[in-house]
Design a protein around this ligand. Structure first.
Ligand SMILES: Nc1ncnc2c1ncn2[C@@H]1O[C@H](COP(=O)(O)OP(=O)(O)OP(=O)(O)O)[C@@H](O)[C@H]1O
Ligand SMILES: [Mg+2]
Length: 260
């Protein structure tokens, strides 16, 4: 299963990504959880201690590694470097295992929203493609709303793009924009998850606002999820209802993908 989770800021991408990653790990799968948001915080959501997360260097910022693999320093714009560096040994050496999940942090690769052609971006893109296209492990990618830095070849290898929305038209608007971008880069299967839902009526109104994008399910607004973040812990360990809901989403997704 190769999934990318996206959506407007604050809707719950990291909460849902981390819960999915831990769910698959508990099923005995090898799981890579990839933090592809420049403002990285997936590690803590999976259960890494805050102190360890602070010194967990994103790959795009590993200067020596970027030079070794691409032939150029991070931040170099233009000039010559390898667009397709060797990465197959990196998941094993760079991922840190937390609660059975192999966590990788990609780091910011976007210089002012232009989708730069620079060495660190080549390394990160190649790594994402390798994880998605060349390997059989479960991959869960926590992404910002701008998915432009997903290479087409990576997007095509994904099983699904999951767009998280919350009850509100702003996140719905973002979902529609993402859905257009996704189609442009060849993503075929898109699903909506409505998070922070208070009642059935809210859920139905959001579902009606996104015609054409199938809704995978709803996740309720939950005090236990909030409390987990307040105390810097993994919601997976604190909110059994969240775990239940997200595991239902995962099962539903598998059914839908298998019956195509
Ligand atoms: N179902 C929920 N019920 C209550 N609180 C939630 C729920 N889902 C997420 N939250 C809370 O909302 C906040 C934002 O969630 P999260 O960090 O997962 O969103 P995000 O989309 O990854 O945000 P960002 O865009 O900043 O990366 C967190 O404090 C989280 O605990
Ligand atoms: Mg996040």
């Amino acid at each position: 299963m190769k999934l990318a989770i996206t959506g407007k800021g604050g809707v719950g991408k990291t909460t849902i990504s981390s819960t999915l990653a831990r769910y698959y790990a508990d099923q005995g799968k090898t799981v890579f959880a990839v933090d592809a948001d420049p403002d990285a915080n997936l590690s803590v959501a999976i259960g890494m201690e805050m102190e360890e997360a602070l010194e967990f260097t994103p790959i795009a910022e590993m200067k020596d590694l970027v030079i070794e693999r691409t032939g150029a320093k991070p931040g170099t714009i233009g000039g010559f470097f390898k667009l397709n560096p060797r990465v197959d040994d990196l998941p094993e050496t760079l991922a840190r295992e937390v609660n059975g999940v192999k966590v990788m942090v990609m780091g910011g690769i976007d210089h002012g929203g232009t989708g730069c052609v620079c060495p660190e971006s080549a390394l990160v893109r190649t790594m994402m493609r390798h994880l998605v296209v060349d390997r059989d492990d479960v991959v869960i990618m926590d992404m910002e709303a701008g998915i432009e830095h997903l290479a087409r070849s990576t997007a095509e290898g994904m099983d699904a793009l999951v767009i998280v929305v919350e009850p509100g038209m702003r996140s719905v608007q973002t979902a529609k924009t993402i859905s257009r971008l996704a189609k442009d880069i060849g993503v075929e299967r898109l699903f909506i998850v409505v998070n922070k839902v208070r009642d059935e009526e809210e859920a139905k109104r959001i579902e009606a606002a996104v015609p054409g994008i199938p809704v995978l399910g709803y996740v309720s607004e939950s005090a236990a999820t909030r409390e987990a973040d307040l105390s810097g812990q993994s919601a997976y360990d604190k909110d059994p209802q969240l775990v239940e809901k997200v595991s239902e989403l995962a099962k539903r997704l598998e059914q839908l993908l298998n019956t195509e």
